[in-house]
Design a protein around this ligand. Structure first.
Ligand SMILES: NC(=O)C1=CN([C@@H]2O[C@H](COP(=O)(O)OP(=O)(O)OC[C@H]3O[C@@H](n4cnc5c(N)ncnc54)[C@H](OP(=O)(O)O)[C@@H]3O)[C@@H](O)[C@H]2O)C=CC1
Ligand SMILES: CC(=O)N[C@@H](CCC(=O)OP(=O)(O)O)C(=O)O
Length: 312
C-alpha cells in the first residue's frame, strides 16, 4: 500500500501535535519530522519540502506566508492551518462541506487553507441558509461564541494551566477578530457581522451562536438538514428542531465532541415563528483545526476522507 509522506512545519505546537497524534495510526500517511533545533532553518525545511507529498503549516501567520512561498518554489503541495491564506484567490478553502464542487477543488489543489475554528461553525450555519435565500446576504448579524483555551495556542494553554486566567473572558472588543473576513467571504455575507468571542477555563470545545430576529426556526432547521443530509456529509449533523441534547439538558454546552471531527448544528425557535437561534458545536482542535486538517490531507491525497480524523 502506498505511503504518502508529509512534513509538519510547527510540529511541536498545539495544532501540529494534534495532527501528529491523529496521523500516528494512519495506514497511508507517514510524518517526516525535523530536528527541534533545525525547526527555523530554511535550508533544512526546503530539503524536506522537496521530498514530501504535502507540507502542513502549523505556524503563526507571518511564518506560514514565508514557508508557503518556499513550498511553492520547490513544487510541494501545502495545507496551511494558519489564517494567512483563507481568503486568498490562489488558495482553495479547506471546507469540503462548503458547496458542491469544493471537495473536488481540494483534491486537485496545490495550496489549501484550513478554516478557522469559529469560522467553521459560522460558515457551516450560514452558507446553506444564504444560498437558499432564507437569510439575506445583507442581513446585519451578531455572532457570539465561546471556545476552550487551547484555541489560543501554547501561550494561552500555559496561562490556564498555571491557573492564571479568568473562568470566562470576552474578547474581540475591537470588532476586528481575524475570522471575520473568512466568515463573510465564505458564507456570502455582504454586511460585516459583529463577532463577539469568549474563552472559558476548560481545554476544548466550542459553541458558535447566531440569534436571529424575524426568522422561522422550523424553516431554517429543515434547510440545514436537507442540505447536509442531501450531500451525505459524515462530519456535519443537524439535530432535530428545538432539541436540547440529553447529556447537557437543560443547557447547551460546548462539550461532547472533543477528539471528534464532527460539528453539530442546532436550531432553536420561538413558538411565534419570529425568533430563532442558530448554534454550531465543535471541538476547536477537531473540526476547528486538526481534525479538519487530516480530513483535507486525506482528500488531497485521494484517500478515504474519514481516516484518522478523530482521536479516541
Ligand atoms: N490552537 C488552535 O485551536 C488553532 C490554531 N490555528 C492556527 O495554527 C497555527 C499554529 O497555532 P497553534 O498550534 O495554536 O500555535 P502554537 O503556539 O501552539 O504553536 C506554534 C508552533 O510554531 C512554531 N514556530 C513559530 N515560528 C516558527 C518558525 N518561523 N519556523 C518554525 N516553527 C515556528 C513554534 O515553535 P517555537 O515557538 O518553539 O519555535 C510552535 O511550536 C496558527 O497560525 C494558528 O492561528 C488554527 C486553528 C486552530
Ligand atoms: C480562544 C482563542 O484565542 N482562539 C483563537 C482562534 C483559534 C483559531 O481557530 O485560530 P486560527 O484562526 O488561527 O485558526 C482566537 O480567537 O484568536
Amino acid at each position: 500500500m502506498k505511503k504518502y509522506q508529509i512534513f509538519i512545519d510547527g510540529q511541536a505546537g498545539t495544532t501540529g501535535l494534534q495532527i501528529r497524534q491523529r496521523l500516528a495510526s494512519h495506514p497511508q500517511i507517514e510524518v517526516v519530522t525535523i530536528d527541534h533545533d533545525k525547526r527555523r532553518d530554511a535550508d533544512a525545511k526546503l530539503e524536506l519540502m522537496r521530498s514530501v507529498d504535502v507540507t502542513v503549516l502549523c505556524l503563526p501567520d507571518d511564518a506560514a506566508k514565508e514557508t508557503a512561498i518556499q513550498a511553492r518554489e520547490v513544487g510541494c503541495r501545502v495545507l496551511d492551518a494558519s489564517s494567512a491564506h483563507r481568503t486568498a484567490n490562489d488558495w482553495v478553502f479547506g471546507m469540503a462541506e462548503l458547496a458542491k464542487g469544493q471537495r473536488e477543488a481540494i483534491a486537485k489543489a496545490s495550496a489549501v487553507s484550513n478554516p478557522g475554528c469559529y469560522a467553521t461553525g459560522a460558515i457551516l450555519l450560514l452558507r446553506p441558509l444564504i444560498d437558499a435565500g432564507l437569510l439575506s446576504s445583507d442581513r446585519e448579524l451578531c455572532i457570539n461564541a465561546v471556545s476552550g483555551y487551547t484555541g489560543g495556542g501554547t501561550k494561552m494553554v500555559e496561562r490556564y494551566q498555571q491557573d492564571d486566567a479568568p473562568v470566562y473572558a470576552a474578547y474581540g472588543l475591537g470588532f476586528d477578530h481575524k475570522h471575520i473576513p473568512e466568515i463573510q467571504h465564505w458564507s456570502g455575507l455582504q454586511a460585516r457581522p459583529i463577532f463577539q468571542p469568549a474563552v472559558g477555563s476548560y481545554d476544548q470545545g466550542m459553541l458558535v451562536m447566531i440569534p436571529l430576529q424575524g426568522a422561522n426556526g422550523v424553516e431554517l432547521q429543515k434547510a440545514l438538514s436537507d442540505y447536509y443530509q442531501g450531500q451525505g456529509e459524515q462530519f456535519v449533523q443537524v439535530l432535530p428542531y428545538n432539541e436540547i441534547p440529553a447529556d447537557s439538558a437543560p443547557f447547551i454546552t460546548p462539550h461532547g465532541l472533543n477528539g471528534s471531527n464532527r460539528a453539530e448544528l442546532q436550531v432553536y425557535g420561538a413558538s411565534s415563528g419570529k425568533q430563532a437561534l442558530l448554534v454550531a458545536k465543535l471541538d476547536n482542535l477537531g473540526k476547528g483545526a486538526s481534525g479538519a486538517a487530516v480530513q483535507n490531507l486525506n482528500i488531497m491525497l485521494g484517500l478515504d476522507e474519514g481516516l484518522c480524523t478523530q482521536i479516541d
